[in-house]
Design a protein. Structure first.
Length: 363
């Protein structure tokens, strides 16, 4: 606090950051703004010990534009991605890193092709900066009144419809203070550029700048209504799938599944049939008896347990992908994200580890 005339002048976090960024001691600018030049000049009651400590701290801080550039590169993994995020040219962001490296007296990154890898010293700084940026972000988020009360989740239609929507009520019952906003999309949302807090994605977990936690392997096998195979002895021979109506025959999983089952396939595998955009809609078509659809058994446990769907073939395949819980690396200390993670990860892993219902014995 700066005591000028009779009125205290409080430094907000935003004022401190702005003035430090521009190399100006905050007491001078704020004092003149609040009290006028004459009051400022005549005032003799400034807390000089606090002023000296703050000025000393500001002198030791590296330029904040350089710090922002460093944090963005460490999180995104490339100078190009960081420059795009900050609205800078690559030359400008490289210059900021040069300033920072000259200040600390050692390199912070090593170039590996297009990638920028942190040195040992850079990694130490990055881990501390992530916490600091989390604190700054949360401080300003609190001004909106929703930093810890709204959790925005992005995921695929299949995961949202077949697992999350069925179970998210359990999380909210445990955390009634958190409002859930669910965004369903088939595209990969840039968590650094959007308002999304977390995502559940299917892939290999190698998204730069993101913290990815493995949930379960995405496997798949043909599934259908029991009425479609009534009178047939199970399991069916895998080659029989070529003769049956296949939902979404263009699905990239079909060649993988046939090869895993030892079935030779031709070039016309993906022609004809009913084409759909997600496992969620394919499952509804399969339930209605319109054919066999390649689906992930763990997402259809209620339908398999009730007998509304069945897995008529013994082969269950995968392509090396999994479901991942994902969020921006620098948001890992955010309380609402930690609370959601602590519910989601064990709940989904426990479900995925349970024996498959409706699968053929020995599959």
């Amino acid at each position: 606090m700066y005591i000028l005339a009779e009125a205290p002048v409080m430094l907000t976090p935003g004022a401190i950051i702005h003035l430090i960024d521009h190399g100006c001691p905050p007491d001078q600018k704020l004092a003149r703004k609040r009290c006028g030049s004459s009051a400022y000049a005549s005032n003799k009651r400034i807390d000089t010990s606090y002023q000296e400590a703050l000025s000393s701290a500001m002198r030791r801080l590296p330029p904040l534009p350089a710090v922002r550039a460093f944090e963005a590169i460490a999180r995104r993994g490339t100078f190009t991605a960081a420059a795009a995020e900050l609205g800078m040219t690559q030359a400008a962001i490289s210059y900021q890193i040069k300033i920072l490296e000259e200040r600390v007296g050692e390199p912070l990154f090593v170039r590996r092709g297009r990638r920028a890898e942190l040195t040992a010293g850079g990694a130490r700084v990055a881990s501390r900066l992530a916490i600091a940026f989390d604190e700054i972000e949360m401080a300003f988020d609190e001004l909106t009144g929703e930093s810890e009360t709204v959790l925005r989740i992005a995921t695929t239609a299949s995961f949202a419809n077949n697992w999350l929507a069925r179970n998210i009520g359990t999380f909210q019952a445990e955390h009634p203070d958190i409002e859930i906003e669910l965004e369903v999309s088939g595209t990969v949302i840039d968590l650094a550029e959007s308002r999304i807090d977390v995502a559940i994605r299917s892939g290999r977990g190698d998204w730069p700048g993101l913290k990815s936690e493995h949930l379960a392997t995405v496997d798949f096998t043909p599934m259908c209504s029991p009425a479609l195979i009534e009178g047939h002895q199970l399991p069916l021979d895998a080659g029989k799938a070529l003769e049956m109506q296949r939902i979404s025959p263009q699905d990239r999983w079909w060649p993988i599944w046939f090869r895993s089952a030892g079935v030779e396939i031709g070039d016309d595998l993906g022609r004809g049939g009913i084409r759909m955009d997600s496992q969620a809609t394919e499952g509804q078509a399969a339930l209605a008896g319109h054919g066999i659809a390649l689906m992930t058994p763990m997402l259809w446990r209620p339908e398999l347990a009730s007998g509304r769907l069945i897995c008529p073939f013994a082969t269950i395949a995968d392509e090396g992908t999994a479901y991942w819980f994902v969020h921006a690396e620098n948001r890992r200390h955010t309380r609402k994200i930690a609370r959601f993670r602590d519910w989601l990860v064990p709940a989904f892993r426990a479900m995925a580890a349970a024996p498959e219902m409706g699968a053929i014995e020995g599959a």
